[in-house]
Design a protein around this ligand. Structure first.
Ligand SMILES: [Zn+2]
Length: 72
């Protein structure tokens, strides 16, 4: 499975309420039409503040490290 890009876009499907995430290599896709991965309905992409896909993981790793420090 190829990595499509590192700019995160989110959408909320009006049909099934699915909240999806899509990655593109650049930030020019805000407002672009896409397709719900769950039901196939048309959705509109919203740029998610330029957060890259590895930021949440970094924050999670940091939180885990802190929790381990507390436990000693
Ligand atoms: Zn849907």
């Amino acid at each position: 499975m190829a990595i499509e890009g590192n700019v995160l876009y989110v959408y909320r499907c009006a049909e099934c309420k699915h909240r999806g995430e899509v990655h593109h290599p650049d930030d020019s896709h805000d407002g672009e039409a896409s397709t719900c991965s769950t039901c196939g309905a048309p959705v509109t992409l919203e740029w998610d503040g330029g957060v890259t896909f590895d930021t949440p993981k970094s924050l999670a790793d940091e939180a885990i490290a802190r929790a381990r420090e507390r436990k000693g």
